[in-house]
Design a protein around this ligand. Structure first.
Ligand code: IMP
Length: 184
């Protein structure tokens, strides 16, 4: 049946369906719940790409927690890392003494995350860990430890579930690869 999204979605080859994502996120949430019981957890959602993942992950964690957002721009409207990371929106409250879990959509070159960990580490959190939905090890330029990982993927540009291509496709419920060369 044709839906308003069907033309848009027609260009996408699914890599992980909404059901597969939900299953993996539930498992990550259970693991984080176990590890952070009794701690002062702050989920730090890195904008924009992590907003969907962070929203689902937060609901999969059965603990009291605080959510913070950090706006970061590492690319223009391009699919290649510029290597330059800019903080476009800072935290609303300090994280000193708290257990910060950085929630990232994807670790590609690792440049964004390594920069963020340096900046956040200087703010005195009790602990600082990373939860990433996707990792593309083939493109790594800076190694960063990922404490909780959804999936390891090949070197392909993926969209959906918060991830964009020139700001498009963030609202797709699944993760996929754009199959033609044109943006829609
Ligand atoms: P890194 O600094 O190269 O690790 O890039 C991290 C950021 O680049 C991610 O948080 C995404 O916003 C973006 N990015 C990297 N790979 C992809 C992709 O395949 N699709 C969409 N965005 C990506």
């Amino acid at each position: 049946m044709a839906t308003p999204l069907s033309g848009y979605r027609g260009r996408i080859q699914t890599l992980y369906s909404a059901a597969q994502l939900a299953e993996r996120v539930a498992a990550l949430g259970a693991e984080i719940t176990r590890d952070y019981t009794g701690k002062s957890l702050v989920l730090l959602c890195v904008l924009k790409g992590s907003f969907v993942f962070a929203a689902d992950l937060a609901r999969a964690i059965e603990l009291p927690l605080r959510v913070e957002f950090l706006g970061v721009a590492s690319y223009g409207d391009d699919s290649e890392s510029s290597g330059v990371v800019q903080i476009t929106q800072d935290l609303t409250r300090p994280v000193e003494g708290e257990d910060v879990l950085v929630v990232e959509d994807i670790v590609d070159t690792g440049l964004t995350l390594s920069y963020l960990l340096e900046v956040l580490g200087a703010r005195g959190p009790a602990s600082l860990k990373v939860c990433a939905l996707l990792h593309k090890p083939a493109r790594e330029r800076k190694h960063v430890r990922i404490d909780y990982l959804g999936f390891t993927i090949e070197d392909r540009f993926v969209v959906g579930y918060g991830l964009d291509w020139a700001q498009r496709y963030r609202n797709l419920p699944e993760i996929g690869v754009v199959t033609d060369g044109e943006e829609g």
